[in-house]
Design a binder for this molecule. Structure first.
Ligand code: 13P
Length: 253
């Protein structure tokens, strides 16, 4: 059965005390998660070990790095490797977020290397893709996202691709309060799945979770997640508000 995931991307937010309070609130809330439903918390690097300790014993909860480097180790001041994340028990890593692509110049080719590193060290990459507003307005979003997938992911084997989670995040919907409609999300998610099926076959494509990101809130999560090809969300702003994120976890279908 395909995994469903409510993923929090805290980005560069919260002090240590605020992080602890938010984690406590989320973890104390009762949930009805089934074995195929997961909560993934992409917290800032300084809080990863702390968050990892907090979730210990919570079977459906995982932590994630928000990035990792293209190399395992060495003289790369300020970078963090997939090997390091793995060594403290982190299960996931968000890669290719549009903010990393835009502000830190991450290319599709570089992201292929990062995904490779994550897979080498047993981390599940949450690979982000999505088009800017200009591309959406030109109506060429399907080709744009297809190219991101091809250039970063299609070098991987059938066995490897099944270990990847994809997050579709239209850039025009990130932090803008302007979410894609459920129909727009479904249309792109179906496209992503058909692109994956073209390369790896339908059976493989049907097992790859595709999350939606972009102004997901407690109030709209249920409608978006109810779409057949939407397997949960990657949530920024609303993941910083306990009540909102708990509602988003509960919206997993
Ligand atoms: P918002 O939920 O704040 O729009 O951010 C989405 C996002 O970028 C998650 O990675």
């Amino acid at each position: 059965m395909r995994q469903q995931i409510a993923a929090a991307n805290w980005k560069m937010n919260l002090t240590f005390d605020q992080a602890g309070n938010l984690l406590d609130e989320i973890l104390k809330a009762p949930n009805q998660l089934q074995p195929h439903q997961k909560v993934v918390l992409a917290v800032p690097f300084p809080y990863l070990q702390f968050a990892q300790n907090k979730i210990s014993g919570k079977v459906n909860f995982f932590t994630a790095g928000q990035n990792c480097y293209t190399k395992s180790r060495g003289a790369f001041t300020g970078e963090t490797s997939a090997e390091m994340l793995h060594s403290i028990g982190i299960g996931y890593v968000v890669l290719g977020h549009s903010e990393r692509r835009e502000y830190f110049g991450e290319s599709n080719a570089m992201l292929e290397e990062k995904v490779s590193m994550a897979l080498t060290y047993g981390l599940t990459p949450v690979f982000c893709c999505g088009e800017p507003l200009s591309v959406r307005e030109a109506g060429t979003q399907n080709a744009y996202v297809e190219q991101q997938l091809k250039e970063s992911l299609f070098g991987f084997s059938e066995e490897q691709i099944q270990k990847i989670v994809i997050a579709y995040e239209p850039i025009w919907a990130i932090g803008t309060g302007k979410t894609a409609t459920a129909a727009q999300a479904q249309e792109m998610h179906a496209h992503i799945r058909s692109v994956l099926a073209g390369q790896y076959g339908k059976a493989v494509a049907d097992e790859i979770p595709v999350l939606y990101g972009g102004s997901v809130k407690g109030s709209n999560a249920k409608e978006i997640f109810s779409q057949p090809d939407v397997d949960g969300g990657l949530v920024g702003g609303a993941s910083l508000i306990a009540a909102d994120f708990i509602q988003i976890i509960d919206a997993l279908k």
